[in-house]
Design a protein around this ligand. Structure first.
Ligand code: AMP
Ligand code: FES
Ligand code: ZN
Length: 299
């Protein structure tokens, strides 16, 4: 197979784009897709201060490096979840990556915040993944606000966005469908959140990391077994295999038609501020302070 762009020998086939690329044309394709996402959705410009949530997985590592190569002003934040050896390994990966590419890395250790994820799992009756997601969002926003970042960027890819869209559609969850977007505007006390990889797949971030010789974590979260998201991703991969381009088309068409099909709700919920930590919440005490309180009662 020849590279679609330069006609040299191709090393990566991308059936969804009916294309194949040599290494350097693939990296150019990757950069173009990300630049397109940033411009199309008006995510940020070089004058903005960007905080990249760096998990140590291939997606957020690829995101941080590509942003750096494009000359954006970024720093990284890693949350140490304190999950056995997994957390130690991903933290080391994030540290080595940031040293190699001269990126500033901030680390928040959830153990020091009395929110070690295994402890939360032991004591909480609801699924740990939803509590963990809530804790992550809290610290991403809190840290970004405290340190004057304009934008928070996460490594969510097309695969993440499509499986979320699929899950929301299966439930016909209108509120979530209204809200789903690669950009969530800054709203009162919340920092603007963006997903610059929404046009790229996990396969493509893996190729990007391989070509840049970046080591990344492949260990799945030990609590993710049996999660419906993982199952939807497998289903959608099969669909994509049989009908290349289907994922991208499903998501792009949703974005184009979203405002007509699911117009944003006009009623705004009244935001309070948590009486313990000051974080914006719909209740008196925010979700994370409620988890902390519950943990201190049962310890
Ligand atoms: P996930 O929900 O694990 O697929 O992660 C989605 C995105 O959230 C990643 O690409 C990262 O940008 C961010 N993220 C997840 N876990 C962490 C973490 N422990 N520290 C920093 N960022 C994270
Ligand atoms: Fe948080 Fe798995 S429960 S990453
Ligand atoms: Zn609070």
């Amino acid at each position: 197979m020849k590279c679609t762009r330069c006609k040299q020998k191709a090393v990566v086939a991308l059936p969804s784009h009916n294309a194949g690329f040599c290494a350097s044309c693939f990296l150019l394709y990757f950069q173009n897709q990300m630049e397109k996402a940033i411009k199309k959705q008006k995510m940020f410009s070089p004058r903005h201060k960007i905080l990249v949530a760096l998990s140590g997985g291939k997606d957020s590592l690829a995101l941080a490096l590509q942003l750096k190569l494009l000359g954006y002003n970024l720093e990284c934040l890693h949350l140490d979840l304190d999950i056995s050896d997994t957390s130690k390994q991903v933290k080391t990966i994030a540290q080595r990556f940031c040293e190699r590419f001269e990126l500033k890395l901030h680390i928040i250790e959830l153990k020091k915040e009395n929110l070690s994820i295994p402890e939360v799992k032991k004591k909480l009756s609801r699924p740990i993944c939803s509590a963990c997601g809530q804790i992550k969002r809290y610290y991403f926003n809190y840290f970004a606000k405290q340190n004057n970042f304009d934008v928070l960027a996460t490594g969510h890819t097309l695969d993440d966005e499509v499986s979320r869209l699929f899950a929301n559609t299966l439930r016909w969850d209108i509120t979530y469908l209204q809200q789903q977007s690669p950009i969530l505007e800054q709203d009162q006390e919340f920092v603007r959140k963006v997903k610059p990889l929404y046009r790229l797949t996990e396969f493509e971030t893996a190729v990007f990391c391989f070509l840049h010789n970046i080591q990344y974590s492949t260990i799945p979260c030990p609590y993710s077994k049996g999660a419906s998201f993982t199952f939807y991703k497998r289903l959608l991969d099969e669909l994509e295999y049989n009908q290349p381009g289907r994922k991208f088309n499903f998501y792009e068409t949703f974005l184009k038609q979203k405002s007509q099909l699911f117009p944003p709700s006009t009623s705004k919920n009244k935001i309070n501020f948590c009486s313990i930590c000051g974080y914006p919440t719909l209740q008196d005490i925010c979700g994370v302070c409620r988890i902390k309180k519950m943990l201190s009662k049962t310890s």
